[in-house]
Design a protein around this ligand. Structure first.
Ligand SMILES: [Zn+2]
Length: 748
């Protein structure tokens, strides 16, 4: 039974009552109890547990109409009564079926916690009525999956999707943001058994509805609602960061550099990865090799790094080597040693790591302790996760054959064996280490009586593994990335994108009518080094590049051709590429720095000359203001930092050129996936027109002072020219810069 009428009887007086105390529970009417703080007012019917939350700063209510039910579970259907054990800032209603529901003011009154004391461990579904957003309310949800999703209530696409806590492309922070009538609310939780579900209902003749339901499985029993008053995605990010800092997640890069000074080498460094020096393909049973292929010897791996430094002039680089292990990439884990003889063995790998690090690059070795193969020397079913019936839990079919999932405490045990991380450090001495899948695979359950774990324990063990690996090598990271891993690691590979796309499986526009929003950068840009993962074609990567410009993240280069690729002759593709499609624009080298170089190097150089300095300038700041400059949301602006250090990034994600007026270049025309970066110390653009110069189908330039002055005052500015016409206007003069040049503007 709903108590809608009952509540509405005193609604008129709701906001005229003075706030009796900052935190208080006040019986306002027979049967209705109130909790209030300066941020919120909660009213609960103590017989039905029907409730509503008022955001005092915006006067918006959750739910918008009537009241919310206590939730959807059989035990919640009966009558409730006040419990004797209440504190002043909480209300507890016990149910005749043996359960209880508690409402508490937490976080100094900034949030309402709902706590469900289930009689059993069955799943329950809550908040679907409280958090629903109607079409007329102009709202949206923000889902922290990889960079983030903005899911508007409007849209033609009906869908229902669960974004489970820490799942692959689920919720990668323990939060959801909701905005309706320009009023923002954050939902937070702690338990990995929380499964948020979003649903957009679209039916002919009816206005849309965006619903959010929380399924609390197993021991999960609470969620918190934090009303923020008037606000948008920027408000949600700012307030969530405040909360995350208190929870200990927001360990900054400055703190991580204090932890290990070499983390500083990752500032402005791209991720160059030779995925698989040795690729050996085993059969399903891991008993026989189906093929063996050497892509790079260890000596060649070092030569690739030396080429990037000396020929392509990439100053900094995070250089990862995979497939160095005895069996080859993804084979015979977790028994890695010796480094495979096909690529040169232990001595050659040690030499390669040394040469890479002599360049000032960070060498990183790729490992995996979650997948175990039947032909590993250390193979034992005792390490493997078990189903309820005791059978082994299988993983994917990878190069090494069928993988079996190592239980999280056993992952740590294996990593700690003398022949694993300790020996690898002693033999090769890389400054950083990567353990694959740890932050990618969703939380696990294991029913082996010798090492049973649930989803929360799985995360706790992976945190221990992270700390162990980081203490061993100094710098540690894993795949994809999760909020809980931020304090325990330095880098995520896969958070920013996958294979040149935003997601691996999820299709934001097609499946959800949603847009990717750089929400991670709004909350945590200054806390972690982040990259995308997997290879992609540079010839179709313009949107991926544009995404990285908006996120101010160096790119991931995971598609290097085999061996000493730049010595091969790629024929007609060499030089003179005029980028016949917009998607290929960043492979252009016409008239620019990399003209005549291998196409791989052209793409690396063009993109890194923009993204490296951009990350250097933004790495210690958050994305503080994210805006859509056009109605169709195709032109987007991200402002990192503030005041004199602010870096303003404008990107055109539309299919047609966009004209903007900019501080540095006046009338500026951005082609599809073109951009303009503006700051006192760095300007970069891929534009068809900037500062009075027209560039046909586009030119790429960057400007950076070399005299430690702001560009405005600088008498020495390095100009990099990627492609297109070579004329550049600066402070009333026109310069011709073919490749790169230091210009000396005369003071006006
Ligand atoms: Zn186990």
């Amino acid at each position: 039974m709903k108590s809608q009428n009952h509540i509405s009887r005193f609604r008129g007086g709701l906001f005229s009552l003075s706030l009796l105390a900052l935190l208080s529970s006040v019986p306002v009417h027979a049967g209705v109890v109130r909790l209030q703080s300066n941020a919120l007012i909660l009213e609960v019917d103590d017989a039905t547990a029907a409730w509503k939350l008022s955001d005092t700063r915006s006067a918006v209510q959750w739910p918008s109409e009537g009241t919310a039910s206590p939730g959807n579970a059989p035990w919640l259907q009966g009558r409730f009564s006040r419990a004797a054990s209440e504190r002043g800032d909480s209300i507890k209603l016990t149910n005749e079926q043996g359960g209880a529901i508690g409402f508490s003011l937490v976080d100094a009154g900034q949030a309402l916690e709902l706590r469900y004391e289930k009689p059993g461990k069955e799943s329950m579904r809550v908040l679907s009525d409280a958090l629903a957003i109607g079409a007329a309310e102009g709202g949206y949800a923000i889902v922290p999956s990889r960079e983030g999703l903005l899911v508007p209530v409007q849209g033609e696409k009906a869908f229902k999707r669960t974004f489970g806590t820490s799942e692959y492309e689920g919720c990668h922070m323990n939060m959801l943001g909701l905005v309706k009538k320009d009023s923002a609310l954050i939902v937070t939780w702690d338990d990995a058994y929380v499964f948020p579900e979003l649903e957009r209902r679209v039916s002919a003749g009816n206005p849309n509805r965006l619903g959010t339901t929380f399924e609390l499985r197993g021991g999960a029993n609470s969620v918190r609602l934090m009303p923020l008053g008037k606000g948008d995605w920027n408000t949600v990010a700012r307030e969530y960061r405040r909360y995350a800092k208190k929870r200990g997640y927001a360990v900054t890069l400055r703190e991580k550099i204090r932890r290990d000074s070499r983390v500083e080498l990752m500032i402005g460094a791209p991720d160059a990865k030779l995925w698989s020096c040795l690729t050996r393909r085993m059969n399903e049973e891991s008993t026989a090799a189906e093929s063996v292929r050497i892509h790079w010897t260890f000596d060649e791996a070092a030569k690739v790094a030396e080429h990037l430094k000396n020929d392509v002039k990439i100053e900094r680089c995070f250089f990862m080597v995979g497939g160095w292990t005895e069996g080859g990439y993804d084979v015979r884990h977790p028994d890695n040693l010796p480094a495979n003889p096909e690529c040169g063995g232990n001595k050659a790998l040690a030499d390669a790591v040394k040469r890479i690090q002599n360049l000032g690059y960070l060498a990183c070795l790729h490992d995996n302790v979650q997948d175990m193969y039947r032909d590993a020397k250390g193979w034992s079913p005792s390490f493997i996760e078990k189903n309820r019936d005791g059978s082994l839990i299988k993983g994917g079919r990878w190069n090494g054959g069928r993988a079996y999932m190592v239980c999280a405490p056993k992952q740590l045990e294996l990593a700690q064996r003398p022949q694993n991380l300790g020996a690898i450090r002693a033999l090769f001495g890389p400054w950083s280490y990567f353990i694959d899948t740890t932050y990618a695979v969703g939380p696990r359950e294991c029913f082996d009586p010798n090492h049973p774990i649930g989803r929360n324990e799985d995360i706790a063990w992976k945190i221990r593994l992270s700390d162990y690996a980081r203490n061993m090598f100094g710098i540690f990271g894993s795949e994809c990335g999760r909020e809980w891993a931020l304090p325990h690691s330095d880098f995520f590979e896969g958070l920013v994108g996958v294979s040149g796309n935003y997601y691996a499986g999820l299709k934001p526009q097609e499946e959800l009518g949603a847009q990717v929003i750089p929400f991670f950068e709004m909350v945590y840009h200054d806390c972690q080094i982040c990259y995308g993962k997997y290879g992609y074609r540079a010839e179709s990567a313009a949107e991926n590049v544009a995404h990285h410009v908006l996120c101010a993240r160096p790119l991931y280069y995971h598609s290097f051709p085999d061996h000493l690729y730049w010595q091969n002759k790629p024929g007609e593709r060499r030089g003179g590429n005029t980028g016949t499609t917009d998607r290929a624009s960043y492979t252009r080298s016409d008239n620019g720095w990399a003209e005549g170089l291998h196409p791989t190097d052209v793409f690396v150089k063009n993109t890194h000359e923009v993204l490296g300095p951009l990350h250097e300038l933004t790495a210690y700041h958050r994305l503080l203001a994210f805006e859509y400059l056009t109605e169709d949301r195709s032109v987007r602006r991200a402002t990192y930092g503030e005041g004199g250090q602010a870096v303003k990034v404008t990107v055109n994600f539309g299919q047609t050129p966009a004209e903007i007026t900019s501080e540095t270049g006046g009338r500026t025309v951005l082609p599809p996936w073109g951009f303009l970066v503006e700051s006192s110390r760095f300007v970069a653009f891929h534009a068809r027109s900037w500062n009075g110069q027209d560039y046909g189908n586009g030119a790429l330039f960057t400007l950076r002072p070399t005299d430690n002055k702001d560009l405005e005052d600088s008498a020495s500015i390095r100009i990099f020219h990627g492609f297109g016409p070579a004329n550049l206007g600066w402070r009333g003069k026109t310069y011709e810069v073919k490749r790169e040049e230091v210009i000396h503007p005369v003071a006006l």
